[in-house]
Write a protein that binds this ligand. Structure first.
Ligand SMILES: Cc1cc2nc3c(=O)[nH]c(=O)nc-3n(C[C@H](O)[C@H](O)[C@H](O)COP(=O)(O)OP(=O)(O)OC[C@H]3O[C@@H](n4cnc5c(N)ncnc54)[C@H](O)[C@@H]3O)c2cc1C
Length: 388
């Protein structure tokens, strides 16, 4: 075997690692199951002249200068501040829920009073997870918290995750806290940017290195086999002594020995719409599934540096429980964190840790939610720590 490292998956975890190792003088083979690179960040221009994010809207936002500096070697950027509106009682109001949302939903006197109560309790510019806000003892704040919970979190969480907000890991609802502020941006990070030529172009440049060989349309499971008893990796039947960096499904590597880990999946209903058909880049529908069976609609044209004038491309998202063999919902997007799934993952991780040259990295292999920036940082940190 001529390669120092085999990397399975050409998303952020795989591509950042491949580049780092290649620049460190290692020869790297990247195997990607799909017929394209970029993982879930993959985008392409469509018939409307819109850069469509094929696996759902991807907004780059971070406080990590390190991640930006690394990725900036492969792309220019344009500034982009994401804004989301939520459909609440027939109106569209800012999400994360903030002081403007209160003004839009309540009569002026009541809105003023509620805002002052919140500011008194938490201070301006404070972000409060909804489950924490619901614990507030003040009857007025509690009533507001229940209102926000009902209209922003309860049904959205059930649609998105198939679990109630109380059943799912609190970190999930904490990702979109109530914001005691008038700042209506979805993110408050220092860097809010989009790659000038799109994510796929960024990946093409990142993987263009003489030490990197990329093979797309190749399922690594057809070539790689792990033997945890013998502590060995086999590649096409021969022992592979280099580093195998696995960014695919962790359970698949052991033939689902401890059961399939649960994921949430999505189906995208992609449509051509008139430009400006909705009032924000993304409109969330935190309503019961009987009213809106989907969670959100995003306008990809509005994410571009120069949005198209006539028609745009939009995607409406329908969540599903993941099933690799189903006609719909067969892409594993989000790990579903429950006590059971975390314990199940630990069994896989413990078993695979017996093989010293096997490394689990990324969203599917570590069974963790990573944003693009945190995945970039994690991959860089991982490569620096790799023993040679
Ligand atoms: C719907 C959605 C929206 C998102 N939005 C944002 C956002 O707005 N901002 C943000 O920062 N991040 C966002 N993310 C996160 C981002 O897409 C990446 O998931 C994250 O950066 C982790 O990258 P990764 O390389 O671990 O995983 P992935 O991007 O999933 O890459 C893994 C790759 O491994 C390949 N693979 C798997 N198994 C095999 C196999 N057996 N053989 C060969 N190849 C295999 C897969 O095909 C895939 O290409 C979003 C994710 C999703 C799902």
């Amino acid at each position: 075997m001529a390669y120092d490292a085999i990397i399975v998956g050409a998303g952020y975890a795989g591509a950042v690692s491949a580049r780092w190792l290649a620049e460190d003088g290692k020869t790297v083979l990247v195997l990607e199951k799909r017929n394209h690179i970029g993982g879930n960040a993959y985008d392409r221009m469509d018939e409307n002249g819109v850069r469509r994010h094929v696996y759902g809207p991807h907004l780059f936002h971070t406080n990590s200068k390190q991640a930006v500096d690394f990725l900036s070697r492969f792309t220019d950027w344009y500034p982009f501040e994401h804004r989301v509106l939520g459909w609440i009682e027939g109106q569209t109001v800012p999400v994360p829920f903030n002081l403007t949302s209160i003004e839009k939903l309540f009569a002026p006197e009541k809105a003023e009073h509620l805002k002052q109560e919140l500011i008194k309790a938490y201070g301006m510019e404070c972000k409060v997870p909804i489950l924490e806000l619901r614990k507030n003892e003040d009857p007025e704040i509690k009533e507001l918290a229940e209102y926000i919970f009902e209209h922003v979190f309860k049904y959205y969480t059930m649609k998105q995750w198939g679990y109630t907000a109380e059943e799912i890991d609190p970190a999930v609802t904490a990702r979109v806290p109530v914001h005691i502020s008038y700042d209506d941006r979805y993110f408050q990070d220092t860097y809010q940017i989009m790659p000038a030529e799109g994510y796929t172009a960024l990946f093409e440049k990142m993987l263009a290195h003489e030490n990197i060989t990329v093979r797309t349309g190749v399922d690594a499971l057809d070539h790689v086999c792990v033997d945890t008893e013998a502590k060995k990796i086999l590649f096409d039947g021969e022992v592979f002594a280099g580093d195998l960096i696995w960014t695919g499904l962790v359970d698949s590597l052991l033939g689902y020995r401890f059961g399939a880990l649960p994921y949430r999946s999505l189906e995208f209903d992609v449509r051509t719409e008139k430009a400006g058909f909705q009032p924000a880049v993304t409109v969330n529908y935190p309503t019961p599934a009987e009213i809106h069976p989907y969670t959100r609609i995003s306008d990809y044209g509005m994410m571009m540096q120069t949005p198209p004038a006539g028609y745009t491309t939009a995607a409406c998202e329908y969540p599903y429980a993941y099933d690799g063999n189903a006609e719909k919902g067969n892409v594993p997007y989000y790990p579903v964190f429950t006590e059971d799934s975390k314990a199940q993952y630990s069994r896989y991780a413990r078993e695979l840790a017996k093989i010293p040259n096997l490394h689990l990295l990324g969203r599917l292999a570590e069974y963790r939610y990573y944003n693009m920036d945190s995945m970039t940082e994690r991959a860089l940190e991982f490569c620096r720590g790799l023993k040679h």
